[in-house]
Design a protein around this ligand. Structure first.
Ligand code: MG
Length: 105
């Protein structure tokens, strides 16, 4: 599923529930940050080794995946509200990163 397809599904899901009025750019940006905080709760006080061990538990891995999905969902809806094509934005940003951080041989 690419971002355009995800965007269509999310907008349809939202519109079927009449949530559009709440999905202002500010609310969506805040919601993305809140969900990122929920993701970080899984990592708080843990070492990287402990985190990698924890995700061997399927339930823990799914809980973390859910929070990552929440962040992506809100950012996709934010891009929708701002008229930003995420597929294009990601391609463009990867090109910029490639120019900014060229391979060193
Ligand atoms: Mg969440």
């Amino acid at each position: 599923m690419d971002f355009r397809e995800l965007e269509k599904k999310l907008v349809a899901f939202r519109d079927a529930r009449n949530w559009a009025e709440y999905h202002t750019p500010k609310n969506l940006a805040i919601s993305a940050a809140v969900e990122l905080g929920e993701l970080l709760e899984h990592f708080q006080w843990e070492t990287d080794e402990e985190i990698l061990e924890a995700v061997k538990d399927p339930a823990k891995k799914e809980a973390i995946a859910d929070e990552i999905a929440d962040v992506v969902i809100y950012l996709t809806l934010l891009a929708h509200e701002l008229g930003i094509d995420l597929d294009e934005a990601l391609e463009r940003k990867l090109e910029k990163n490639g120019r900014k951080y060229p391979l060193r041989t």
